[in-house]
Design a protein around this ligand. Sequence first.
Ligand code: G6P
Length: 615
Amino acid sequence: MCGIVGYIGKKKAIDILLNSLKRLEYRGYDSSGIAIYCEDEKKLDIIKKSGKIKDLVQEIERRNPSSSHIGIAHTRWATHGEPNDINAHPHFDCNKKIALVHNGIIENYRTIKSFLLERGHKFKSDTDTEVIVHLIEEFYKGDILESVKKSLKMIEGTYGILVLSSYEPNTIIAARKGSPLIIGKAEDQMIAASDASAIVSLTNQILYMQDGDIARLTKDDVEIFNLETDRITDKEFEQIDITLSQIEKGGYNHFMEKEIFEQPEALQNTFRGRVDIVNGTFRLNGIKDKFRDLLNAERIIITACGTSWHASLIGKYLIEKFTQIPVEVDYASEFRYRNPIITPKTVVILVSQSGETADTLAALRESKNKGATTIGICNVVGSTIARETDCGIYTHVGPEIGVASTKAFTAQVLVFFMLSVALGRKKMLTFEDGINLIKNVEIIPDKINEILNDKDRISKIDKIVEKIYNKTNFLYLGRGINYPVALEGALKLKEISYIHAEGYPAAEMKHGPIALIDENMPALFISLKDSIYEKIINNIKEIKARKGYVIAIANKGDREIEKIVDDVIHIPDTIEELSPLLAVIPLQLIAYKTAVKKGLDVDMPRNLAKSVTVE
Ligand code: G6P
């Protein structure tokens, strides 16, 4: 799931490409590179480097390439071939007349490589990508678009590609299948990129390419063809409303920090305009056409990956509680390969911040294939999952750049809350229940603010971080609706601080993990005054009896718990159904501050990427 961008126009291509690459770096940062057409020498030049974009910038300064107004660029998350300079994109054909960047995976690259080797092509890298550019070279007969078309017809797998050629130095060819690609248009300029964040500094006029589209871009025109039918497809550019300030750090040290602190406002945006006080419910216009299918569903399956999967587990709890409709939650990567049982009365909900995760997208397509009604819960407007589901609910929290998801998680939980109340009001919830639930939601942003802006609480978290940052293991324990929060706390710590952490249902601890407990194993309990509070207290005592270091997330007024644990982080009271929205905030802060304390790259943790568009 790399990031790609291409530019043609009146400005200096390198400046635009580097600026856009920085915005795409969240998609992968193992290496990066650019290819430009040098107008003086009338040839292509490629500059590429392993490491982050700052390393590429140094290399470009060292090489000082001649000026150009057209180029393509790439930031890589390695799949085939280690992350070194040679495997970095762009890749050249044998004669250095064609350069290509690719996001995706070519599944039949071995077969194609043998075919090309027999025809005398020389390969330099270990990547699957390099076969595409040699294939284009093999088929080139005077028209670059035609040779790209012919090549793509031979390829199995997923791709978003951009092709630059010195045969046609005023043209970029773009094509997509399974990997996102967007085109932006400004006066005398055209840009194509993996996502809108790489485009918005130049233009708000964008066009979403569809799977199977292949486009020829010049500085003032774009023609799009369907690869199958070879026909021109008419597409309109549309206006999008992401602003530059939404994707910049705005005074924070890291995007993750900014996104944690943005949550009160972000969640307000999630429920804004959706509260229906007259009927004591939430109005979710995005799903109104399929609302009846949901109400009459025999079974709901929620499928997602990573943090979105954790939010889905909370979704199951809420939907079952308020509607009594059976809900299953499945990892998208498992769901798609296990021949799931889908009847006409099954509704599948796909949850994805990016709306591009390959496994979730494949699960969506499999569900549609089997006739299910599909509903998306996505953040990125116009993303593939958002477009391919029958209908959906956007989380509306603005771009999330930090690789470790924070505001998208709380917004997904909030969407599940609204959805389950809206369904519940047609089933077992009374008008009074609905009003009470709405009132509780409306004050959640203030309560999150209270957690984030209380100096004593923050210095308590700092002290805890001092005690844990050099540990190698960590247990997160919770029960009921807060068990998924324990999973999410553990994932956050693993992702950015590289401390091994496990999330467990607190009562399961005695069936194994308790063997790990000693003074070197911190355990964090989410121990709120809810229906199972007493049981959690028993679980805490079991750990304290074995000399474990225990941190508790507890309600504001709970002073008793201070006597039995080592450190307490108090959070404001709310109803059980909304408690994950508050309990997760200190966990996000602990993970963030631990990674900062360890001097790690919070926004770009090793080996990860924000948007996983490979299987
Ligand atoms: C990656 C990210 C996670 C994210 C997961 C699912 O692994 O690093 O933060 O939760 O993908 O992403 P999605 O965009 O589908 O929610």
